[in-house]
Design a protein around this ligand. Structure first.
Ligand SMILES: [Ca+2]
Length: 149
């Protein structure tokens, strides 16, 4: 095939892909870290309320319920949170708070007495039960208290 024709075909495929993306993305969706609120409001006093003022949200925009049992959420310092038996339903978001509390269908607690998410920079890593990397979200700013991933 002449070089020009091959390029044209490639361009056509690219255009078609771009046109399909919005619908595909909506239909397929993702399960990902969607937001990290890393700098708790006020001073870091280590009260349970302050510890629960930092959290990570994970959103399931797929059309399928996903069991997170055995998945892990870790920071750069390798504080690891292992998910208990928990199913994230389609279109739902779960908030994983650092402090202590009673787990619900929308909020899980790491049950910690110390902070996890650095107030300046860190990386949240979500791994599947078998240890494979699923998604990461990094931040590096003291100008904001949170990161939208
Ligand atoms: Ca923090």
């Amino acid at each position: 095939m002449p070089r020009t024709r091959r390029l044209a075909a490639g361009a056509a495929i690219t255009a078609a892909t771009v046109l399909l993306l919005p619908g595909q993305a909506h239909a397929a969706g993702t399960l990902r870290i969607s937001k990290i609120w890393y700098d708790s409001p006020g001073s870091d006093t280590r009260t349970n309320a302050s510890l629960n003022g930092e959290w990570v949200q994970i959103t399931n925009s797929t059309g399928t319920a996903v069991s997170l049992k055995g998945w892990t959420l870790t920071d750069t310092s390798r504080h690891a949170y292992t998910f208990p038996t928990f199913t994230l339903k389609p279109g739902k978001t779960v908030t994983v708070k650092t402090g202590r509390g009673t787990n619900t269908t929308t909020t899980l607690y790491q049950q910690r007495g110390a902070y996890v998410w650095n107030n300046d920079k860190d990386t949240a890593t979500l791994r599947r039960t078998n240890g494979t990397l699923h998604h990461t979200c990094a931040y590096n700013s003291t100008r904001y208290d949170y990161k939208t991933c």
